[in-house]
Write a protein that binds this ligand. Sequence first.
Ligand code: MRU
Length: 369
Amino acid sequence: MKIGGKAYRTIWLGEDGWSVVVIDQTKLPFSFETARLSTVGETAGAIRHMTVRGAPLIGATAAYGVALALRADAADPALEQALALLGATRPTAVNLHWALARMRARLIGVAVAERAAAAYAEAAAICDEDVALCRAIGEHGLGLIRSLAAGKPAGERINILTHCNAGWLATVDWGTALAPIYLAHDVGLAVHVWVDETRPRNQGAALTAYELGAHGVPHTVIADNAGGHLMQQGEVDMVIVGTDRTTATGDVANKIGTYLKALAARDNGVPFYVALPSPTIDWSLRDGLSDIPIEERSAREVTHLWGLGEDGQPGSFQVTAPGSVAANPAFDVTPARLVTGLVTERGVAPASFEGLSRLFPELAQERAK
Ligand code: MRU
């Protein structure tokens, strides 16, 4: 996608041909800066501290982290150490573990002298594939938006609510939940996006609004608590979100607050879609509520807000009474029964084992072995 007229992906190789460059998402939306990663330790730090975030991008970054590790030492112990270090950075997004497992499977049989080159090639393949998967999700989701548009008077805007950031910044390019919206906008459909601010880290206000704005998509940032009201007023035609891990049965883990939007959507007859590439499906899990690990992040993300001060300088300030205790579960699980459909690279599936395995029979079978 483009920033200031220049096409970007969220991750690429530096001019030296080996270091890894990412967009520093902790600086957005006020400053567009990149960060250079030259060791596996820096890569793990970038994922943990959310310089990069979003399930598919976390996986792609970790893959390059393995390549950086092997550049320094490609022997088996170093490979295993890198996989363990990167695997411990964030617990909920399964794309991380998917990417690391894929890297291990590709590299373990490769001669030590050739491993680093093979790792770079595999990481690049993961990135390219992510772009293709997201683009295909966009095409399938576009069909849903076209159907909504067909049911409205010509030219009336189609209101889509989204939560967190599941746009191109969360992937290598295009995004998951936002890919259909970009395509709909590009073909001339009158889409308008309600952007949940997404407390506590405000990925909606800071990132989704930023990237929609950069592409010219009309949008309005709302407080997280406004969605139910807007649905009651008939102001939301569809909800679409991303996911960090979806079980084989269609239970969806996504940014905290997603479940409440699904409840409100169900109560108001608003379709609730989840967009995901197949690496986000955890075929080993059947029950999202009991089986998906939910990341608990620092209480400071709740007690403090980060933004631009009146002096124009970025900084954080406290919003809670001194001494108040805060809790910060970063994700929740929306049960499959509340999900209208899963928008994947192969089409839209019912949120169920039958629905997913019909689209991905080879993956479902692999796991059943
Ligand atoms: O904590 P984050 O910002 O990594 O959480 C991101 C989300 O919850 C996204 O909605 C999810 O990863 C889907 S991204 C395509």
